[in-house]
Design a binder for this molecule. Structure first.
Ligand code: ZN
Ligand code: FE
Length: 256
């Protein structure tokens, strides 16, 4: 199975999974890069996965329908372009012969879902939309810090070698913030150098992995003493993980 990140807009990726004949895409905010990739490689569009309702994730769905030979899957609790097959926590779907399980991850939006591959021998795929980014997380447009913290904890509990396929190339700016939170985290410094080199070469920093995110992503590290202390200096009302998470998220919103 082949995985490609199709660039869209300023900093989105539309993930495309294909077996040489059939392809599925995740969060096609724009149809054009998908049509181009399908044509260039002679692929049939066999399905569309949607994580949440934002226009940069669903804007290309209707334009792709004439090409589509399979379902649009999407979150049951969100208004995405109909018709689609509504999914909720625990649902399982077959995507080009791979088994994916749906995880509810409210926070960025109220009904946001993620798709986690199950039963893979190694490096299972995770399509997590705008919930977990490399080095960061999505903004809380429709959810609370407690919801987002809980959603991220579910993703952090997935196998360490899970491939984190998120929708935005926000890594370098996330890592600048992460270093402000944890200036003494050596893994983070190494990863920042690695990602800077990738971007200088015009390459994506993604997919990341869950194991790496546990070591470098401050939003998954709300119980680490250095993170707790940094959050306390930025308005955290307590040292519990949700207070720490809420303070980090607010600090990041204002960080330049
Ligand atoms: Zn979004
Ligand atoms: Fe987005």
């Amino acid at each position: 199975m082949n995985l490609a990140a199709l660039p869209a807009f300023a900093d989105n990726y539309i993930w495309m999974l294909h077996d040489g004949t059939r392809a599925v895409v995740v969060d096609p905010g724009d149809a054009a890069p998908v049509v181009e990739a399908l044509q260039a490689q002679g692929l049939t569009l066999a399905g569309i996965l949607v994580t949440h309702h934002h226009p940069d994730h669903v804007g290309g769905v209707d334009a792709l329908r004439p090409l589509l030979r399979g379902p649009v899957w999407g979150p049951a609790r969100e208004a995405i372009p109909a018709p689609f097959e509504p999914l909720r926590e625990g649902d399982r779907i077959d995507v080009l012969g791979l088994a994916f399980e749906v995880i509810d991850v409210p926070g960025h939006t109220a009904g946001h879902i993620a798709y986690a591959e199950r039963g893979a021998a190694a490096a299972p795929l995770l399509f997590c939309g705008d919930t977990l980014f490399s080095g960061g997380c999505g903004r809380l447009f429709e959810g609370t810090p407690a919801q987002m913290h809980d959603s991220l904890a579910k993703l952090a509990a997935l196998p360490a070698d899970s491939r984190v396929c998120c929708t935005h190339e926000y890594t370098l700016s996330n890592l600048r913030f992460a270093r402000a939170v944890e200036p003494d985290n050596g893994d983070l410094a190494d990863y920042q150098r690695h990602c800077s080199a990738l971007r200088e070469s015009g390459l994506p920093t993604l997919p990341s992995s869950i194991g790496l995110e546990r070591r470098v992503n401050p939003f998954l590290r709300c119980s680490v003493p250095a993170v707790v202390a940094a959050a306390a200096r930025h308005g955290a009302g307590g040292s519990d993980a949700i207070s720490v998470f809420g303070a980090l998220r607010q600090w990041k919103n204002d960080y330049r």
